[in-house]
Write a protein that binds this ligand. Sequence first.
Ligand code: PEP
Ligand code: MG
Length: 312
Amino acid sequence: AETTAASGWNGVGATQDGFRVKVLANVGKPEDARAAADAGAEGVGLFRTEFCFLAATDEPSVADQRTAYRAVLAPFAGKPVVVRTLDAGADKPLGFLGLAAEPNPALGVRGLRVARERAGVLDRQLEAIAGAAEDSGAEVSVMAPMVATAEEAGWFAERVRAAGIARAGVMIEVPAAALTAREIFDAVDFVSLGTNDLAQYLFAADRQAGAVAALNDPWQPALLRLIARVGEAAGEVGKPAGVCGEAAADPRLACVLVGLGVSSLSMNAAALTMVGATLARVNHDQCQSAARAAAAAADPTAARQAVHAALG
Ligand code: PEP
Ligand code: MG
C-alpha cells in the first residue's frame, strides 16, 4: 500500500477529475491471481481458463475444473472477475480437445468455434465456473473468445444464462465483431476488446511473427479507429466495453483507450501501478483529445508523438 500511495495509485481507477475506469488484471494461474490482488487490482478482466489445463490429455472433470477455477477466484471474493471460456486453437493448443491439424490454425476452429462443435465441453465448463463462483464469493461473469457474429454472441449468452450465470459477454477480437458491436451488445451484457488478436486480424499479420510486428503495433491508427466504433456503440447502449489486450498495459495508450470510450482496462499485474498512476494524473477531456489525435494520426510514431504532446 505504501508503494502504491507513493506512486499516486490508490487502488481505485479514475482520472484526476474523477471519471471512473476499472483497473483490472489478466490472470491464468492461482499465483497470478494472488500477485494481482497484492498489486491492488480492482478485479480480474480476463481469466484465461485454458492456462489451467495446458497439460491435460483428457477433459478435466467438472469437479476438477471447479477446484482449479476456485483457486484463481479466491483472492477476489466480493470483486468482479471475468472468466473466459476455453480459447483453444491457434497459438494455444489444448491436448485434451484433440483438435484436427489445420493449415491456418489462427483462421480455423478456435475459441468459441470449438465450443459450437462441442457444446458439451462448454456446458460442463460453465457448470464448473458457476460452482467455483459460489465457492469463492467472487462476482463472476463469463465471456467467449473469438466471436465473429451477433448470432454467435446470442448462442453463447443463452448457454451462460442456462447455467445460472447472470452476466454474459464476448471478446471483440475479430474485426467483423467490432463493426457489428451494436448488434452484439443486444445479445450480451458487456464486451472486452482483445487488442492482440484484433490487430492480428485487422492487419492480416500473424501476432507471433516478428517480421510483421510493426503492423501489430497497438498504436496503429486503424486499430484505434476500430476501437472507437466499439466505444461509441458502448456509449449508445449504456453497456461497458473493456480492453484486455496488451494495449491496456501501456500507460499513455490506456489513456487513449479511455478517451475512445473504454470503461475498464485489464493487464498483467506488473503494469497495474503505472497505468493507475498515469490515469490519476490526466483529465477525461485530455484523454478524449489524445484519442482524437492518435486516431487521426498517419502512423504509430505520429500517434505516439501526438499523445505525448496532449498528455505530457
Ligand atoms: C487478445 O487477443 O487481445 C487477448 C486478450 O486474448 P489472448 O491474448 O489470450 O488471445
Ligand atoms: Mg485473443
